[in-house]
Ligand binder design. Structure first.
Ligand SMILES: [Zn+2]
Length: 318
């Protein structure tokens, strides 16, 4: 058995526009602490994209000064929809629109191209797995967690005793398209938020960059036309600014994420009105999560993926 410091695993993150990569050694230590973005060429179809990933693989090894014969395996993640084993949906998707992607075995193709074992997860599950290991470290294999990954959409992942629960079709952790009760959550005359998937009132329709742009800001800026965000140029631009405003404590920007803020402003003029019971239930649920043992951590951890400005993990763990 080789010393754990002398062998490596490469992580390849495939996105609609960019690839990213990282390298870990056998002890689990990351050897890359920066984003290495290269074009993913996904729009050109599978051949170009597999070639682009092979180049990303070579580039990251060059960066850390490791040769490919010390690499034991590769972890690959892509956006969905794909099967649990990395076969892209026969229907295609936003990211995999090129006809060549339909039913394409992406994992198998990368494995054949690199000549190394390739383990596949969709990007939501990969992010959840990362968050799980960051949270539990050496305890990861004995603990379980659920992660919501808030970005353009709302992804998710379920980890049970250190292993990703993929489900038969690979969709087990998809939290974004689960319906949530809207009762008490909407302002006066606010339309029920619609999701790109066709549902009304699912989690992604209220908790994603797309939700802020399509559902929340159009309504709230209509009610508060003097707010700074109304001068952002477009709703799309304003949506991207909401998080920064929220972090600075802006009441309108914080409301979609944190109903607890309501109390601090009182009921008068509160952008979300009085949400009564729903707000209280949310608060009780938050308190309940906070009181669970977290290995000494008081707050549920929240991590930001470098370079993915609108991506944030929220992990509920037990
Ligand atoms: Zn949906």
């Amino acid at each position: 058995m080789q010393d754990a410091h002398t062998w490596f695993v490469v992580g390849l993150d495939n996105g609609g526009n960019k690839n990213n990569a990282t390298v870990l050694d056998g002890t689990g230590r990351f050897h890359v602490n920066q984003l290495l973005e290269t074009p993913s060429r996904v729009l050109e179809g599978p051949d170009a994209a597999v070639q682009a990933l092979a180049e990303t693989f070579d580039t990251i090894l060059e960066l850390v000064g490791a040769s490919r014969d010390v690499v034991r395996a590769v972890g690959l993640d892509t956006p969905g929809p794909a099967s649990a084993d990395g076969v892209i949906s026969s229907q295609g998707s936003t990211n995999f629109a090129h006809a060549g992607w339909r039913s394409f075995d992406f994992r198998g193709a990368v494995e054949a191209r690199l000549g190394l074992p390739v383990v596949y997860n969709n990007d939501g599950n990969a992010a959840a797995l990362y968050a799980h290991h960051q949270l539990f470290g050496r305890d990861s294999a004995r603990r379980s967690s659920i992660a919501a990954i808030v970005g353009t959409g709302l992804g998710g992942g379920v980890i049970v005793e250190g292993k990703v629960v993929k489900g038969a079709a690979g969709f087990a952790g998809e939290l974004g398209h689960v319906h949530i009760p809207m009762e008490g959550l909407l302002g006066p005359d606010q339309p029920v938020p619609r999701c790109n998937c066709g549902f009304s009132g699912d989690a992604e329709s209220v908790a994603s960059l797309t939700a802020i742009e399509k559902n929340l800001l159009p309504y709230w800026l209509g009610r508060f036309p003097d707010h700074d965000l109304a001068r952002a140029g477009s709703v799309k631009e304003a949506a991207k600014l909401v998080r920064d405003y929220g972090e600075r404590g802006d009441a309108l920007a914080r409301h979609p994420c944190d109903p607890r803020h309501e109390e601090q402003r009182g009921e008068e003029g509160a952008p979300f009105g009085n949400r009564g019971g729903a707000e209280r239930r949310y608060r009780d649920a938050q308190e309940e999560i906070l009181q669970r043992p977290h290995g000494g951590q008081r707050e549920p951890p929240c991590g930001v993926v470098p370079g993915q400005r609108y991506t944030r993990f929220m992990v509920s763990a037990g």
